[in-house]
Structures are given as C-alpha cells and as structure tokens.
Design a protein around this ligand. Structure first.
Ligand SMILES: [Zn+2]
Length: 240
C-alpha cells in the first residue's frame, strides 16, 4: 500500500510521540505535539504530522533499483527526494518515532510471507554513538514485532560511514565491512528480511547479504524506505 493511502486516523493523536528522548529534552516534535495534539509534519512543519497529506502526495515512487548481488528481492517505498528525504532526515537525526512506526507498518506489509528472521543493515559504530541509536535497527525491531518474527543474527559494521563516498569508493573501500556479531550460536539458517533506511549503491545491502550467507542464512529480501536516483557511472565525474 503506498504511504499516501495510509489512513491518517491510524496515526497516534493526543499523545506525545514516544521518541525515547530523556524527559528533560524537548524536541520540536514533542513540543508541537504537546501544544497541538499532533506532531509537526517533518517536511513542512504543518500541524498534521508526522507527514501531512499534502506532503504525502509529493512523495515520488523510488527509481528502479539495479539488482543487488545476494538479494533475492529488493524494494524501496519512495524516492529519496523532497518529503521522502525530509522523512529520512527526521528519522536519522531527530529520532521521529511517530513517523518510524508508520513507515515500519508499510515495510511490514511489503514483507514476503516466507520470512524467518528480521535483520537490519547496521550503521557504523561511530554514527551510532553520535546519534545514540540506529534508525535501521529501530525500524527492523518494529517490523519484526508487526510480522511476529524474531530478530535474526546481529550484523556489525566496521569502518567509517558511507555518506559522501562515490559508488566506486564504496564498492572498493576496505572499511564498511559487515560481519555477523553473534556467531557463537549455531546458525538455524532461514529466510531473512533485511531492513535499511536508504539504498544508494546497494553496496551495504550486498555486504549484509554476503555476511548472512556465510553463516547459512538465505534467501535474503531487502526492504528499504528510500532509494536514491539511478546509479551514476563509476567512471563518470563524482558529483558528491
Ligand atoms: Zn507536510
């Protein structure tokens, strides 16, 4: 179901978004919600948040994704632009839990039925420390609850964040390696739903799928909130 068709009445009202901030920290969303009964829209600041009806209509479908090695299927909900980008930014940097719950519900509806475990593509340890949370983990835990499946093997990422790297840098960089953290338990294997917030080159999802396959899990299905525009040629000029 596209996100702009989600019934807005399902959104929590008259309660603070459960954004897990310390009680003495007042986020913009928490303040707006306390004053007006709804969180502010993450894209336009109207009082019909977490993402208002007007901004939902401006969400664009995701660009077609290139096949990602190791993934049986991979789908994104929307394009990483405009309100879609604002939504991701709100999740990443403002810990916007009302929006998180709604987006997790859409991802859960897109989950293939034959899934045994839910796993997230981990952010770097440094980013996690900076933000105090991993938005992909929060999404995956909500999805796991909604589809009633256990969290699968914990993936860990070493090295720096991928933001700002070109495709060729991402694919060849020695950092950003993904491994399975809890190897000691004997792997039961099984199909995995791999959750992430944004797919750019697919390099991170590919590393996750490889790490999962190495300990006996598969097939791996990727479900991502946003996808960026089609991949630039590796030989072309790097724009960012
Ligand atoms: Zn809006």
């Amino acid at each position: 179901m596209p996100i702009d068709e989600l019934p807005i009445d399902e959104l929590p009202s008259n309660e603070l978004p459960r954004d897990d901030l310390p009680a003495n920290e007042l986020s913009a969303e928490r303040l707006t919600s306390a004053l007006f009964g709804r969180p502010a829209c993450v894209a336009c600041d109207s009082r019909a948040g977490p993402l208002c009806g007007s901004c939902r209509t401006l969400l664009r479908p995701p660009p077609s994704l290139p096949p990602v090695a190791g993934l049986a299927t991979c789908h994104a909900l929307f394009d990483y632009a405009g309100p879609g980008r604002a939504a991701i930014t709100a999740l990443k940097y403002r810990n916007q839990r009302a929006l998180l719950g709604e987006l997790a519900a859409v991802l859960a509806r897109l989950a293939p039925p034959a899934v045994d475990h839910v796993v997230w593509a981990p952010t770097s340890a440094r980013r996690r420390r900076q933000r105090g949370f991993d938005q992909a983990e929060l999404l995956a835990r909500r999805v796991a609850r909604l589809i009633d499946r256990p969290i699968g093997p914990r993936l860990t990422r070493r090295g720096g964040p991928q933001t700002g790297r070109s495709r060729s840098e991402r694919l060849t960089a020695g950092d950003g390696n993904v491994g399975v953290g809890n190897r000691r338990r004997r792997s039961p294997g099984g199909a995995v739903l791999l959750i992430d917030d944004v797919v750019t080159t697919g390099a991170t999802l590919q590393r996750c799928a490889t790490a999962l396959a190495e300990v006996g899990f598969g097939p791996v299905h990727g479900r991502v909130l946003a996808a960026t525009a089609p991949i630039r040629r590796p030989s072309g000029p790097a724009r960012r």
